[in-house]
Design a binder for this molecule. Structure first.
Ligand SMILES: Cc1cc2nc3c(=O)[nH]c(=O)nc-3n(C[C@H](O)[C@H](O)[C@H](O)COP(=O)(O)O)c2cc1C
Length: 185
């Protein structure tokens, strides 16, 4: 069983990366002890800004090919989206655009837990809505989602865990739903 996780952010200190790391640790500890987890860093997938002209001249870069194959090899995805100006970060959107040129259905029917974390009170509501709305068009099978507002107050950076009981419970429910979908609960 392979779980692929990433934050849709290229920040070195990404709060969304902290959240996917915590989520996948809990997934292994509580539901899928034998699962292999791989957490990607979007900086390893940096490419020129997508344009149809670049694609015609040079084809699709290796990073997008690799990303698409890694999704294909996974049994499930855990993604946490950073919100920039109400939607995806440019780093993720560029990867998304290049990868969609390999095949538009980039999520490849994988069950997904989709999250968004923000420092402020909206919990990445805009980007979460964008991701949830888009998922069916890209063959994403979203089994659960979670918004985490006020990350600094609700997550302990030292222990790497959610401290807010309701959010911790919400994450547990989301992970349980994913494990059930994978036939492991
Ligand atoms: C260009 C830019 C735009 C941003 N826009 C939003 C926004 O629309 N909503 C929001 O909640 N936070 C916004 N933020 C703050 C980010 O949510 C914050 O930087 C967060 O840490 C990003 O997640 P990350 O640490 O995983 O990259 C923005 C930050 C930047 C640099």
């Amino acid at each position: 069983m392979k779980i692929l996780a990433f934050a849709a952010s290229s920040s070195r200190n990404s709060i969304n990366k902290a959240l996917v790391t915590h989520a996948t640790q809990r997934l292994q500890a509580e539901f899928l002890p034998d699962a292999e987890v791989e957490i990607l860093d979007l900086n390893d997938y940096e490419m020129p800004l997508y344009s149809i002209d670049r694609e015609r001249e040079g084809g699709i870069p290796e990073q997008a090919q690799r990303f698409f194959e890694q999704i294909g090899q996974a049994d499930a995805l855990v993604i946490s989206y950073a919100e920039h100006n109400g939607t995806y970060t440019a780093a993720f959107k560029n990867l998304f655009d290049w990868t969609s040129r390999i095949q538009q259905k980039i999520h490849q029917n994988k069950p997904m837990v989709v999250m968004a974390a923000s420092p402020g009170g909206r919990g990445g509501a805009g980007v979460l809505q964008a991701a949830l709305g888009a998922a069916p068009h890209f063959n994403g099978d979203v089994v659960a989602n979670l918004s985490v507002p006020r990350f600094g107050s609700n997550f302990d950076a030292e222990t790497g865990a959610l401290t807010n009981p309701e959010l911790a419970e919400g994450l547990g429910q989301a992970l349980k739903t994913l494990a059930e979908r994978l036939g492991s609960v």
